[in-house]
Write a protein that binds this ligand. Structure first.
Ligand code: SF4
Length: 302
């Protein structure tokens, strides 16, 4: 992938952006790759040499890399930092780099640092639970140790003291330790097996983009169409509806009118997957339509 420098940022930042902190070593799949949609992954591998990203758009990736370097330097008794584990399963090698493993006599607690938003902390992020539990599976398989907990250390980049005082559900500090549901070894293994099968299907279809597995609505960050009941002289909607008929009925009662807010696949439209220009699914869904860039929703990270 070519890293461009459209805003003339210092060369030192450029060289950091070009460094690969997430080398997956000699594995077929990193845990991150396994969790991402097979179509995105295959298109990225196919078009890697043609992909471009401007360094100015890589701020949070760079901050994430910086955090890993800092985490590696932090020392505490019983803490293993930045260890990459490899395992062979279903004929492929899977690897994962774990930020912190806190080792105690009764088991290991796995922790991962995330730069994220307050919104993400307040809402469900199934991908966090999936990632940490696949790391747990790797630890059980390769280190033969009990895993007693999986956690995220969320560093909230947009934390706001006022909001914390005003809202009950808002994180009370800019760093939050979040305990996630711990899966059984069997549950994690089944999950990994299914992910490998999905990616292997993508591999077979590599020459034919049309035959790659389709990205789901969840993969594409689909935002559904909403119907907003509006009133003259008011900028904000009185109420939002999923259903047009309900919105019309309410608008009649309120003597307002209905505004349709069209849904879209935000990851595709905003090219947050980085491969939308080569994607037949995106092309097919936009045939004759508007391919304008979407706004990245809160808490979404690529
Ligand atoms: S453009 Fe959309 S459908 Fe195509 S790979 Fe990207 S996320 Fe998936």
């Amino acid at each position: 992938m070519e890293v461009t420098n459209n805003f003339n940022v210092p060369e030192t930042l450029m060289s950091l952006a070009k460094r690969d902190y997430y080398s997956k070593g000699k594995s077929d799949y990193s845990v991150t790759e396994l969790l991402s949609p097979p179509r995105v992954q295959r298109l990225r591998r196919l078009y890697h040499s043609q992909m471009k990203q401007d360094v100015s758009q890589m701020l949070w990736q760079l901050m994430g890399s910086a955090l890993h370097v800092v985490a590696e330097r932090g020392q505490a008794d019983g803490h293993v930092t930045e260890e990459r584990l490899f395992t062979t399963f279903e004929g492929v090698v899977v690897s994962g780099a774990i930020d912190v493993q806190q080792e105690e006599s009764d088991g290991v607690t796995i922790m991962d640092y995330k730069f994220t938003s307050a919104w993400a902390v307040m809402n469900e992020k199934p991908e966090w639970e999936q990632q940490q539990n696949v790391y747990g599976w790797l630890v059980r398989r390769e280190k033969k140790k009990n895993v007693k907990g999986v956690k995220i250390i969320a560093l909230i980049r947009d934390w706001n003291r006022r909001e914390a005082e005003r809202r009950e559900d808002y994180p009370k500090a800019p760093i939050q330790v979040i305990s996630l549901r711990l899966w059984s070894h069997e549950e994690a293994e089944e999950f990994v097996r299914n992910r490998i099968a999905a990616h292997n299907t993508g591999k077979v279809a590599v020459a034919f983009d049309e035959e790659l597995p389709l990205c789901s609505d969840e993969d594409r960050w689909v935002r559904e169409t909403k119907y907003a009941v509006m009133k003259e002289g008011r900028k904000r909607a009185v109420k939002l509806f999923d259903n047009e008929a309900d919105a019309k009925q309410f608008a009649e009662q309120e003597k307002g009118y209905v505004e349709t807010r069209n849904g879209e696949a935000i990851r595709c439209a905003g090219d947050y997957c980085g491969v939308s220009q080569w994607c037949s699914q995106y092309r097919a869904e936009n045939a004759g339509g508007d391919e304008g860039g979407g706004v990245r929703p809160e808490g979404r990270e690529e």
